[in-house]
Write a protein that binds this ligand. Structure first.
Ligand code: AMP
Length: 125
């Protein structure tokens, strides 16, 4: 089931220019900006301008242009931040189990240093 989009989230305010961001680049359908609390030397967030709560909604509702543009945006961030050769990590958190804090779809693009293994091993019950 899709979640209702709540406009009272920080990324909606960034898109509308109500609060500032440190913008890296903009495409037709996306904005990329520096994460305010970077977890690596390079930590950029890429978000679609249209209101999607998470990747599930984007997959279901975005049109082909938006989907292509999003991958284009990721490629441009990789280029601008010079991440191609050394590598980087791309991730998006979805929902409660994914520990998604901001309820507007965003992709984390992390790099600029070795990032260690993907995720700590969790307790399995
Ligand atoms: P997530 O846990 O995947 O929802 O990640 C949310 C991310 O948004 C975190 O990495 C925060 O540091 C980042 N963040 C929250 N507020 C802002 C802001 N105003 N500008 C830039 N990044 C932000």
């Amino acid at each position: 089931m899709q979640k209702t989009y709540d406009k009272n989230n920080i990324f909606y305010k960034i898109i509308n220019g109500d609060i500032p961001c440190n913008k890296v680049l903009e495409t037709e359908h996306c904005i990329a900006f520096e994460d305010i609390n970077p977890r690596a030397k390079i930590h950029v967030l890429l978000i679609p301008k249209k209101p999607y709560v998470n990747l599930n909604d984007f997959i279901l509702d975005a049109d082909k242009n938006e989907k292509l543009d999003l991958f284009d945006g990721i490629a441009k961030v990789v280029e601008v931040k010079n991440l191609r050769a050394a590598g980087y990590r791309l991730l998006t958190n979805v929902g409660e189990n994914g520990h998604q804090e901001v309820q507007h779809l965003h992709f984390h693009i992390l790099g600029g240093q070795p990032l260690g293994s993907f995720i700590k091993k969790l307790e399995l019950d």
